[in-house]
Ligand binder design. Sequence first.
Ligand SMILES: *Cc1c(COP(=O)(O)O)cnc(C)c1O
Length: 247
Amino acid sequence: MRKKITENLKRIKDNIAEACVRKMRDPSEVRLIAVTKTVEVDTIRLLLEMGQIDIGESRVQQLMQRTAMIQESLSRRQELTGAEAPEPIHRPKWHMIGHLQRNKVKQLLPVVEYIHSVDSLRLAEEINTCAAKLGLVEKVKIFLEVNASQEKQKYGLAVGAITALAEQVKTLPNLEMAGLMTMAPLTEDQEICRFCFVRLREIFEEIRGEKIVGPQFKHLSMGMTQDYVTAVEEGATMVRIGTALFE
Ligand SMILES: *Cc1c(COP(=O)(O)O)cnc(C)c1O
């Protein structure tokens, strides 16, 4: 498993770097999020040993269980020294990438680094309120999720609703808008994916141009196994990859 993941990680990073070179981008602008929803927690430990610290999960319950287990490993490994000590692991940064229900927000906030899937004002307000109740020191970093492909029955905001939502979220003091997120349709056809990513970038630039947001609004979370190279070519700063890492 370790060998396979090491090779896959290297291949993915090489592909990202090459896409950056083609577009005259700096590869350090692109952050790889390892999506671990389909693997065991041991595999997350492996990733952390390798220094892959950005970890994405799509379900709150699973994310909570795993943060607890990893926290325990971190504490245990700190206590052990000498010959029997296992390799040290890095502290993870957890990304919530799946659909989020309002009644799960409160438990999630203390552990999560970014929420990629904010798609309604009601959800944004709930995050804002919970952050205040919990007395969080830092603002909660969120992405607005956009249904850039405009498929029916998919999560994410309609393209036409983004600007208005951004203006409303701006008034919530405990939130920091980090950028926009989207998922392309499930297809190998890169031109369909590219169309979505270009569209997301255009909306992103429009929002920035209208000065609705501050300088921390700088991320495009787009691209997964099927289309991350295309996403990087079109400006992704975070790619969320599962299958290509573990298969
Ligand atoms: C599962 C998932 C991914 C990763 O998908 P792969 O095709 O396995 O790379 C990315 N983003 C979201 C929102 C997901 O749910």
